[in-house]
Write a protein that binds this ligand. Structure first.
Ligand SMILES: [Zn+2]
Length: 239
Protein backbone atom coordinates (compact mmCIF):
# COMPACT_ATOMS: atom_id res chain seq x y z
CA UNK A 1 0.00 0.00 0.00
CA UNK A 2 1.26 3.45 -0.91
CA UNK A 3 -0.19 6.24 1.23
CA UNK A 4 -0.18 9.65 -0.43
CA UNK A 5 -0.06 12.47 2.08
CA UNK A 6 0.56 15.51 -0.12
CA UNK A 7 -2.83 17.02 0.64
CA UNK A 8 -3.85 18.96 3.74
CA UNK A 9 -4.66 16.02 6.01
CA UNK A 10 -6.20 13.54 3.57
CA UNK A 11 -4.67 10.06 3.53
CA UNK A 12 -5.01 8.53 0.07
CA UNK A 13 -4.45 4.81 -0.41
CA UNK A 14 -2.95 3.62 -3.69
CA UNK A 15 -3.08 -0.15 -3.69
CA UNK A 16 -1.37 -2.54 -6.11
CA UNK A 17 -3.92 -5.35 -6.12
CA UNK A 18 -1.97 -7.35 -8.71
CA UNK A 19 1.43 -6.74 -10.28
CA UNK A 20 1.39 -3.40 -12.05
CA UNK A 21 -2.34 -2.74 -11.55
CA UNK A 22 -3.61 -0.35 -8.94
CA UNK A 23 -6.71 1.12 -7.40
CA UNK A 24 -6.94 4.39 -5.52
CA UNK A 25 -9.41 5.28 -2.79
CA UNK A 26 -10.87 8.81 -2.55
CA UNK A 27 -8.41 10.84 -4.64
CA UNK A 28 -8.57 14.57 -3.76
CA UNK A 29 -6.67 15.53 -6.90
CA UNK A 30 -5.34 13.83 -10.00
CA UNK A 31 -1.81 15.18 -10.30
CA UNK A 32 -0.32 13.65 -7.20
CA UNK A 33 -1.90 10.27 -7.93
CA UNK A 34 -0.56 10.37 -11.51
CA UNK A 35 2.91 11.18 -10.19
CA UNK A 36 2.78 8.24 -7.77
CA UNK A 37 1.56 5.88 -10.51
CA UNK A 38 4.45 6.97 -12.69
CA UNK A 39 7.04 6.72 -9.94
CA UNK A 40 5.92 3.19 -9.05
CA UNK A 41 5.28 1.86 -12.55
CA UNK A 42 1.60 1.30 -11.90
CA UNK A 43 -1.46 1.48 -14.11
CA UNK A 44 -4.65 2.80 -12.49
CA UNK A 45 -7.66 0.64 -13.32
CA UNK A 46 -10.06 1.54 -10.54
CA UNK A 47 -11.22 4.30 -8.20
CA UNK A 48 -13.18 3.43 -5.07
CA UNK A 49 -15.14 6.37 -3.63
CA UNK A 50 -16.39 6.18 -0.05
CA UNK A 51 -18.44 9.39 -0.22
CA UNK A 52 -19.03 12.55 -2.20
CA UNK A 53 -17.12 15.22 -0.26
CA UNK A 54 -14.91 17.35 -2.49
CA UNK A 55 -11.68 16.37 -0.76
CA UNK A 56 -12.41 12.73 -1.60
CA UNK A 57 -13.64 13.02 -5.20
CA UNK A 58 -11.73 16.03 -6.59
CA UNK A 59 -9.31 13.84 -8.53
CA UNK A 60 -11.83 11.49 -10.11
CA UNK A 61 -12.53 13.33 -13.37
CA UNK A 62 -8.88 13.99 -14.15
CA UNK A 63 -7.81 10.44 -13.34
CA UNK A 64 -10.59 8.94 -15.39
CA UNK A 65 -9.70 11.13 -18.36
CA UNK A 66 -5.99 10.28 -18.11
CA UNK A 67 -6.26 6.56 -17.35
CA UNK A 68 -9.71 5.36 -18.40
CA UNK A 69 -10.18 3.82 -14.96
CA UNK A 70 -13.53 2.56 -13.67
CA UNK A 71 -15.18 4.50 -10.84
CA UNK A 72 -17.10 2.71 -8.08
CA UNK A 73 -19.25 4.50 -5.53
CA UNK A 74 -22.57 4.52 -3.74
CA UNK A 75 -23.99 7.88 -4.77
CA UNK A 76 -24.37 8.50 -8.51
CA UNK A 77 -26.07 11.85 -7.87
CA UNK A 78 -23.14 13.31 -5.98
CA UNK A 79 -19.99 11.38 -6.90
CA UNK A 80 -18.71 12.49 -10.32
CA UNK A 81 -18.24 10.14 -13.28
CA UNK A 82 -19.41 7.00 -11.52
CA UNK A 83 -19.48 3.83 -13.62
CA UNK A 84 -20.66 1.29 -11.05
CA UNK A 85 -23.09 1.79 -8.19
CA UNK A 86 -22.18 -0.31 -5.16
CA UNK A 87 -24.58 -1.52 -2.49
CA UNK A 88 -24.34 -3.49 0.74
CA UNK A 89 -22.28 -6.70 0.55
CA UNK A 90 -21.53 -6.19 -3.12
CA UNK A 91 -18.38 -7.96 -4.23
CA UNK A 92 -16.01 -6.19 -6.60
CA UNK A 93 -13.54 -8.55 -8.25
CA UNK A 94 -10.24 -7.04 -9.36
CA UNK A 95 -7.87 -9.74 -10.53
CA UNK A 96 -7.25 -11.89 -7.47
CA UNK A 97 -8.67 -9.29 -5.06
CA UNK A 98 -12.22 -9.60 -3.78
CA UNK A 99 -13.48 -6.34 -2.29
CA UNK A 100 -16.74 -6.17 -0.39
CA UNK A 101 -18.79 -3.01 0.03
CA UNK A 102 -20.15 -2.17 3.47
CA UNK A 103 -22.84 0.51 3.76
CA UNK A 104 -21.89 2.72 6.71
CA UNK A 105 -24.11 5.84 6.71
CA UNK A 106 -23.45 8.49 9.35
CA UNK A 107 -20.78 10.91 8.09
CA UNK A 108 -22.94 11.13 4.94
CA UNK A 109 -26.17 9.29 4.27
CA UNK A 110 -24.62 7.28 1.41
CA UNK A 111 -21.20 6.53 2.95
CA UNK A 112 -19.58 3.14 2.28
CA UNK A 113 -16.43 1.37 3.43
CA UNK A 114 -14.56 -1.18 1.33
CA UNK A 115 -13.17 -4.41 2.75
CA UNK A 116 -10.66 -6.44 0.78
CA UNK A 117 -10.90 -10.03 1.90
CA UNK A 118 -7.62 -11.76 2.74
CA UNK A 119 -6.00 -12.97 -0.46
CA UNK A 120 -4.63 -16.47 -0.97
CA UNK A 121 -1.88 -17.06 1.57
CA UNK A 122 -2.56 -13.77 3.37
CA UNK A 123 -3.52 -13.63 7.01
CA UNK A 124 -5.38 -10.36 7.09
CA UNK A 125 -7.80 -8.31 5.04
CA UNK A 126 -7.78 -4.55 4.44
CA UNK A 127 -10.40 -1.97 5.27
CA UNK A 128 -10.67 1.40 3.59
CA UNK A 129 -12.84 3.21 6.12
CA UNK A 130 -13.17 6.65 4.47
CA UNK A 131 -14.51 9.17 6.97
CA UNK A 132 -16.41 6.60 9.06
CA UNK A 133 -13.77 5.04 11.31
CA UNK A 134 -10.62 7.05 11.98
CA UNK A 135 -7.61 5.80 13.87
CA UNK A 136 -8.69 6.51 17.43
CA UNK A 137 -11.88 8.24 16.36
CA UNK A 138 -15.05 8.55 14.34
CA UNK A 139 -16.25 10.73 11.47
CA UNK A 140 -18.43 13.75 12.03
CA UNK A 141 -22.18 13.30 11.63
CA UNK A 142 -22.94 15.60 8.71
CA UNK A 143 -26.00 13.82 7.32
CA UNK A 144 -26.64 10.70 9.35
CA UNK A 145 -27.58 10.00 12.95
CA UNK A 146 -25.54 8.73 15.88
CA UNK A 147 -27.60 5.56 15.70
CA UNK A 148 -26.56 4.97 12.09
CA UNK A 149 -22.91 5.60 12.88
CA UNK A 150 -23.11 3.31 15.91
CA UNK A 151 -24.56 0.58 13.71
CA UNK A 152 -21.76 1.15 11.20
CA UNK A 153 -19.21 0.73 13.97
CA UNK A 154 -20.82 -2.56 15.04
CA UNK A 155 -20.39 -3.81 11.47
CA UNK A 156 -16.73 -2.79 11.40
CA UNK A 157 -16.15 -4.31 14.83
CA UNK A 158 -17.30 -7.64 13.44
CA UNK A 159 -14.35 -7.76 11.01
CA UNK A 160 -11.36 -9.89 12.07
CA UNK A 161 -9.09 -8.18 14.61
CA UNK A 162 -6.06 -8.34 12.33
CA UNK A 163 -7.82 -6.44 9.52
CA UNK A 164 -5.60 -3.51 8.53
CA UNK A 165 -7.46 -0.21 8.71
CA UNK A 166 -6.83 2.73 6.39
CA UNK A 167 -8.85 5.90 6.94
CA UNK A 168 -9.44 9.14 5.07
CA UNK A 169 -7.67 11.69 7.28
CA UNK A 170 -4.67 12.07 9.56
CA UNK A 171 -6.63 12.93 12.72
CA UNK A 172 -5.02 10.32 14.96
CA UNK A 173 -3.16 12.49 17.45
CA UNK A 174 -6.13 14.81 17.93
CA UNK A 175 -8.41 11.79 18.39
CA UNK A 176 -6.23 10.32 21.13
CA UNK A 177 -5.86 13.73 22.79
CA UNK A 178 -9.65 13.97 22.90
CA UNK A 179 -9.96 10.41 24.22
CA UNK A 180 -7.55 11.26 27.05
CA UNK A 181 -9.83 14.11 28.15
CA UNK A 182 -12.50 11.44 28.71
CA UNK A 183 -10.21 8.73 30.14
CA UNK A 184 -7.01 10.48 31.31
CA UNK A 185 -5.56 7.34 32.90
CA UNK A 186 -6.12 5.02 29.95
CA UNK A 187 -2.66 3.51 29.43
CA UNK A 188 -3.46 1.89 26.07
CA UNK A 189 -4.52 5.26 24.66
CA UNK A 190 -1.50 7.05 26.18
CA UNK A 191 0.76 4.48 24.51
CA UNK A 192 -1.07 4.76 21.19
CA UNK A 193 -0.71 8.55 21.28
CA UNK A 194 3.04 8.23 21.83
CA UNK A 195 3.37 5.81 18.91
CA UNK A 196 1.34 8.11 16.64
CA UNK A 197 3.42 11.15 17.58
CA UNK A 198 6.62 9.24 16.87
CA UNK A 199 5.35 8.14 13.45
CA UNK A 200 4.44 11.68 12.48
CA UNK A 201 7.76 13.02 13.77
CA UNK A 202 9.48 10.60 11.38
CA UNK A 203 7.27 11.81 8.54
CA UNK A 204 5.14 8.65 8.42
CA UNK A 205 1.35 8.47 8.43
CA UNK A 206 -0.34 6.74 11.38
CA UNK A 207 -2.11 4.20 9.16
CA UNK A 208 -2.62 1.34 9.06
CA UNK A 209 -4.23 0.57 12.33
CA UNK A 210 -6.06 -2.71 12.88
CA UNK A 211 -9.57 -3.51 14.02
CA UNK A 212 -8.01 -5.06 17.14
CA UNK A 213 -6.05 -1.89 17.90
CA UNK A 214 -9.19 0.19 17.42
CA UNK A 215 -11.07 -2.04 19.86
CA UNK A 216 -8.31 -1.42 22.41
CA UNK A 217 -7.80 2.32 21.90
CA UNK A 218 -10.84 3.88 20.20
CA UNK A 219 -13.55 4.97 22.64
CA UNK A 220 -16.14 4.99 19.84
CA UNK A 221 -15.40 1.31 19.20
CA UNK A 222 -15.79 0.67 22.93
CA UNK A 223 -19.15 2.44 23.32
CA UNK A 224 -21.72 -0.16 24.33
CA UNK A 225 -24.89 1.84 23.63
CA UNK A 226 -26.16 4.35 21.09
CA UNK A 227 -26.54 6.87 23.93
CA UNK A 228 -22.92 6.52 25.04
CA UNK A 229 -21.76 6.72 21.42
CA UNK A 230 -23.88 9.84 20.74
CA UNK A 231 -22.60 11.51 23.90
CA UNK A 232 -18.97 10.89 22.90
CA UNK A 233 -19.63 12.24 19.42
CA UNK A 234 -21.22 15.41 20.86
CA UNK A 235 -18.25 15.95 23.17
CA UNK A 236 -15.81 15.47 20.30
CA UNK A 237 -17.72 18.06 18.26
CA UNK A 238 -16.84 20.63 20.93
CA UNK A 239 -13.26 19.49 21.53
ZN1 LIG B 1 -15.98 13.62 4.37
Amino acid sequence: MIILTDFSDNLVALYEYMPGQALVVDPPDAASVLRALDANGLRLTTILATHHHGDHVGGISGLKRQTGCVVYGSDAARIPEMDQVVTEEQAIQLGPATIKTMETPGHTRTEVCYYRLPGAGEASGLLWAGDTLFVGGCGRLFEGTAEQMYDAFQKLKALPDDTQVYCGHEYTVENYQFALTIEPDNQAIQDALAVAEQALARGHPTVPSTIGQEKRTNLFMQATSIEAFASLRRQKDHF
